[in-house]
Write a protein that binds this ligand. Structure first.
Ligand code: NAD
Length: 334
């Protein structure tokens, strides 16, 4: 029986890079059935809702989503669609790997870091957000729970063990944010004690950023809270040549959603120069999630070979190609 996937092409460069990704998956002979659904600005235009009920029902049924980037309109009354989807389906572990690709113009080589970010609690959920009547004071509450911290740290250690990784760094700011970050660190220590085969390290978030720039090779797996994880994973993307190469998986116990780390890139939308790799690599993460490791690795190798060859890649990687030529080259390598 074929696997059904809810496909959300998304906004901006989303439809261009989604077409590229589905072509690659089809070239691998995956027996997938795609259920195309809308969300984001396109959905707002067509059905006056950022996440139509029909889209939510499709995800609830298929429990597997491949998603392009979505634009959340700026302004009051619109909460982030991405945050809402992660919350709705309890996709608590946001897994963002970065791996150096030879042939890119990045400043570093041989980087291989996975950031596991808590995805459903903390600063981005912005509980009780309000601005005072006089407009002078803004406030919002950060909430984490023991169970929420424990499950994401367990996920990071289990993933590290399965992937043959050696070390997990628990990133926090418990020295200042004593309750919220303090709880994450305490529970991180408790969970880590159950994984004696994996080295555990604790690091304050600001020092982590400095060390990532000075000596990124010391990192293996990083686990952290929502806001820190978002920032650190973009920093990590910068170590390997930018957002065009950074994929992400949002994992829950009942569903999983795969998407690029980058946004809808309105500045280059419609120019056909978007690098499709981040979403294609998210597709590879989806294949691994489905137990199709051989196909996932084949796809990663084809991307690598295409970037090494260099002639058909997009301008962000220093090439003169476009989204289509990049995708054609990957498929040729497959
Ligand atoms: P962005 O990631 O869209 O773009 C940042 C820069 O990186 C831009 O210069 C862009 O051209 C470039 N870039 C991004 N992806 C690229 C690619 N594949 N190939 C080549 N260049 C690429 O970030 P932004 O401009 O801050 O956000 C734009 C919109 O995206 C906002 O509405 C934001 O809310 C949304 N967003 C969505 C997601 C998501 O859906 N998961 C994530 C981040 C931002």
């Amino acid at each position: 029986m074929s696997t059904k996937i809810t496909v959300i092409p998304g906004d901006g460069i989303g439809p261009e890079i989604m077409t590229a990704t589905l072509r690659c998956l089809d070239s691998l002979g995956c027996d997938f059935e795609y259920e195309f659904k809308q969300a984001g600005l396109v959905a707002l235009d067509e059905c006056s809702e950022l996440i139509p009920r029909d889209t939510l029902e499709s995800i609830r049924k298929n429990r597997l989503v491949l998603k392009g980037p979505l634009t959340t309109p700026v302004g009051e009354g619109f909460s982030s669609i991405n945050v809402s989807l992660r919350k709705e389906f309890d996709l608590y572990a946001n897994v963002r790997p970065v791996i150096s690709m030879p042939g890119t113009r990045s400043r570093y080589e041989d980087i291989n870091i996975i950031t596991v970010r808590e995805n459903t609690q903390g600063a981005y959920l912005a509980a009780d957000s309000k601005i005072s009547d006089d407009g002078e004071t803004a406030e919002s509450k950060m909430v984490v729970t023991r169970a929420g911290c424990a499950r994401v740290v367990h996920y990071a250690f289990q993933m590290a063990r399965l992937a043959g990784r050696k070390k997990v760094t628990i990133v926090h700011k418990a020295n200042i944010l004593k309750t919220v970050s303090g709880m994450f660190l305490d529970i991180g220590r408790e969970v880590a004690a159950g994984y004696p085969d994996i080295e555990t390290e604790e690091m304050i978030v600001d020092a982590t950023c400095m060390k990532l720039v000075m000596n990124p090779w010391q990192f293996d797996v990083i686990v952290t809270t929502n806001l820190f994880g978002d920032i650190i994973s973009d920093l990590c993307a910068g170590l390997v040549g930018g957002l065009g190469l950074a994929p992400g998986a949002n994992i829950g116990d009942g569903a999983a959603m795969f998407e690029a780390v980058h946004g809808s890139a309105p500045d280059i939308a419609g120019l056909h120069i978007a690098n499709p790799c981040a979403l294609i690599l998210s597709g590879a993460q989806m294949l691994t999630h489905l137990g199709m490791d051989e196909r996932a690795n084949k796809l990663r190798m084809a991307i690598r070979a295409t970037i090494v060859a260099g002639d058909r890649v997009t301008p962000d990687l220093g090439g003169h190609g476009d989204t289509m030529s990049f995708t054609d080259a990957i498929i040729d390598h497959l």
